[in-house]
Write a protein that binds this ligand. Structure first.
Ligand SMILES: [Zn+2]
Length: 315
């Protein structure tokens, strides 16, 4: 069984070719927008497959996937030209196999539950902290998707502050609009937070400021205050996930986990302190190979789809 997996991520497109659970080859392309991406992705996939036929194909997108039409229906600014494109049809036309299309955070949780940090768990949630806040949930061994593909993936868009800024999603004071890399950039630009001299120097060095910069400059009281607030916002999201989905395992991933030693203990402390009194205190885990979570989940989905096609014939 050969599976082709494609992660159309916010900052990069990652590709992987698997034989069942074994990664044979991977590649990364800079993310752009629109059909050009698909042409480049197809060319890269051809090189990786080396003439072999993919039995199953799965594609992850950073937004809501309509489960019926298998189209990306909302991603707020990312891959605008791919909205409404039938990626399964594209895959069928280009590779002879219709792709499974899945939300990226959901694919990451599938990857971690099938072979990674949440292996063996039947009830798990994932929170990916980085450019935005991605989430996913599984109950009783099944990833939840809901009637319209929205279930479990919007925990970063719960209102944390009714008086907070309007989020591009349409809601007010979303966690993501208060504590994400893009929110940090916006808050600094409109001077909603004060920054210390070292963070100001980094900002002046004309490179994008990330949450890692906050962590690295936390000896400055301004950075420490922003970071503490961010951890509280992330903690509120995880408390909400635990209240909604009752997991035994919380997978914490995303670029912020490069500062795991600083962030994770504070996050766990917040969650344990604020959970409903009788709530189960879940285990917190982080992926060993976070860059592969999504591709591994896609490999599992592609394998399932290939097996189902073999069993039930082409659909
Ligand atoms: Zn929002």
């Amino acid at each position: 069984m050969t599976q082709l997996t494609i992660d159309l991520g916010g900052t990069a497109v990652k590709l992987g070719v698997f034989d069942a659970n074994r990664l044979l080859d991977s590649a990364e392309l800079a993310a752009a927008d629109g059909r050009l991406v698909l042409d480049e992705v197809a060319a890269a996939a051809d090189r990786m497959l080396r003439g072999a036929r993919a039995d199953g194909i799965a594609i992850a997108v950073p937004g809501i996937v309509d489960p019926e039409s298998r189209r990306l229906v909302a991603a707020h600014g990312k891959y605008a030209a791919l909205h409404g494109v039938d990626l399964a049809e594209w895959s069928h036309a280009r590779f002879g196999v219709p792709a499974v299309v899945e939300n990226d955070a959901r694919a990451a949780l599938i990857g971690e539950m099938s072979a990674g940090s949440a292996h063996g768990a039947r009830d798990a949630v994932l929170i990916a902290l980085g450019t935005g806040i991605g989430t996913a949930a599984a109950i009783d061994g099944r990833i939840i998707r809901g009637a319209h593909g929205h279930a479990g993936v919007l925990s970063g868009h719960v209102t944390v502050d009714l008086d907070g800024p309007r989020c591009p999603c349409g809601n007010l004071g979303c966690a993501e609009a208060l504590a994400s890399t893009w929110a940090l950039g916006e808050a600094i630009a409109r001077r909603a937070v004060s920054i210390g001299p070292e963070l100001a120097r980094r900002l002046g060095a004309e490179r994008a400021i990330g949450i890692r910069d906050l962590v690295e400059t936390r000896n400055e009281p301004e950075s420490a205050a922003v970071l503490e607030r961010y951890v509280r916002v992330w903690g509120a999201v995880v408390v909400g996930q635990c209240h909604a989905f009752d997991p035994t395992v919380v997978v914490v991933t995303g670029g912020v986990m490069r500062s795991r030693d600083v962030v994770l203990p504070a996050l766990v402390e917040y969650v344990h302190e604020h959970l409903w009194s009788s709530s189960f205190r879940p285990a917190f885990v982080t992926p060993e190979a976070p860059a592969l979570s999504v591709l591994r989940g896609l490999a599992a989905l592609a394998l399932d789809s290939a097996t189902a096609r073999d069993t039930h014939g082409p659909r």
